[in-house]
Design a protein around this ligand. Structure first.
Ligand SMILES: *Cc1c(COP(=O)(O)O)cnc(C)c1O
Length: 246
C-alpha cells in the first residue's frame, strides 16, 4: 500500500477496487482483458458524482429514470459515461432517451424493446443495450429467465435501432459464494450460446455482472463491466426501488 490515498475517500475506495479487480483478473480465464468500473451513484447527489469525477471516475450508473435525467442535466458539461442499470418501465423510455446513455443494461422483455424501437425511430437514433437475465431465480429480480434469454435476444435483434452488445445480471442475494458464482457462470454460458448462434445485429462484447459484495467473483467468471456503489460512495441512506436495492 502506498498510503497516499485517504481511507474511505472516493479516490481511495476506487483505487482499492481497481487493485482488487487486478488481483481477481489473475485468477480468471482471460487476465489481459479490460474490466470497466461503473460507479453506481444512485441516491447520492450530483456534488458527490462531481467529486468522483474529480477522483478520475468516468462511468456512472443510475437505476431510476428521474434521477439519471436530473443528474445528467446537472453534470452534462463534464466528460462521463452514463449507464442505466435499473428496471425500466415502458412509460419512462421516452424520458430516459434524453440522456445519451452508453448502455441501457436492463432490456428484459419484448414489450420494452418495442417501445425503445418506437421512441428511437422518432429520434432517428440507435442505442447500445444489454439484455438482463435473471440468473438467481429470485422472483423480486428483473430479467428474462435464462431458458428464454436466447429467444429474447433473437426477437430484439429485429429492432434496427437497438444494438445488442452483451448481457447483464444481478447475482443472488446470498453469502454463499458458490451460489453467486453459479449465477455469473450461468450468464457467461448464455453469452457463449448467443455468440455461437451468430445472430445478425447482435454482438456479445460485454458481461455486466458483479456489485460491491461480489465483484471479485464476477471478474473471475468473466465480467467486462462491474457495477459498484456502496464500496465507492459508502452506505446509501435511501433504499433503491424494490428488486434493485442491495
Ligand atoms: C445498486 C445497484 C448496484 C450497486 O450495488 P452495491 O451493492 O451498492 O455495489 C449494482 N447494480 C444494480 C443493478 C444496482 O441497482
Amino acid at each position: 500500500m502506498e498510503g497516499t490515498e485517504e481511507f474511505g475517500s472516493i479516490k481511495g475506495n476506487a483505487a482499492d477496487i481497481k487493485r482488487r479487480i487486478s488481483v481477481a483478473l489473475l485468477r480468471s480465464a482471460d487476465p489481459a482483458r479490460d474490466v470497466k468500473l461503473i460507479a453506481v451513484s444512485k441516491t447520492f447527489p450530483a456534488v458527490r458524482i462531481a467529486e468522483a469525477m474529480d477522483a478520475g471516475l468516468l462511468r456512472f450508473g443510475e437505476n431510476r429514470v428521474q434521477e439519471i435525467v436530473s443528474k445528467y442535466d446537472q453534470l452534462k458539461r463534464r466528460k462521463a459515461e452514463w449507464h442505466f442499470i435499473g428496471h425500466l418501465q415502458t412509460n419512462k423510455v421516452k424520458k430516459l432517451l434524453d440522456v445519451p446513455t452508453r448502455y441501457i443494461h436492463s432490456v428484459d422483455r419484448l414489450e420494452l424493446g418495442t417501445e425503445l424501437e418506437r421512441q428511437l425511430q422518432k429520434r432517428s437514433e440507435q442505442r447500445d443495450v444489454l439484455v438482463e437475465v435473471n440468473t438467481s431465480g429470485e422472483s423480486s429480480k428483473s430479467g428474462v429467465e435464462p431458458e428464454k434469454a436466447v429467444e429474447l435476444v433473437r426477437m430484439l435483434s429485429e429492432f434496427t435501432t437497438l444494438r445488442i452488445k452483451g448481457l447483464m445480471t444481478i447475482g443472488a442475494l446470498t453469502d454463499d459464494k458458490d451460489v453467486t458464482r453459479r449465477c455469473f457462470a450461468r450468464l457467461r454460458e448464455i453469452f457463449s450460446r448467443v455468440k455461437e448462434e451468430g445472430i445478425e445485429n447482435v454482438e456479445m462484447l460485454e458481461l455486466s455482472m458483479g456489485m460491491s459484495g461480489d465483484f471479485e467473483i464476477a471478474v473471475e467468471e468473466g465480467a467486462t463491466i462491474i457495477r459498484v456503489g456502496t464500496a465507492i460512495f459508502g452506505t446509501r441512506r435511501l433504499p433503491g426501488p424494490e428488486g434493485n436495492a442491495s
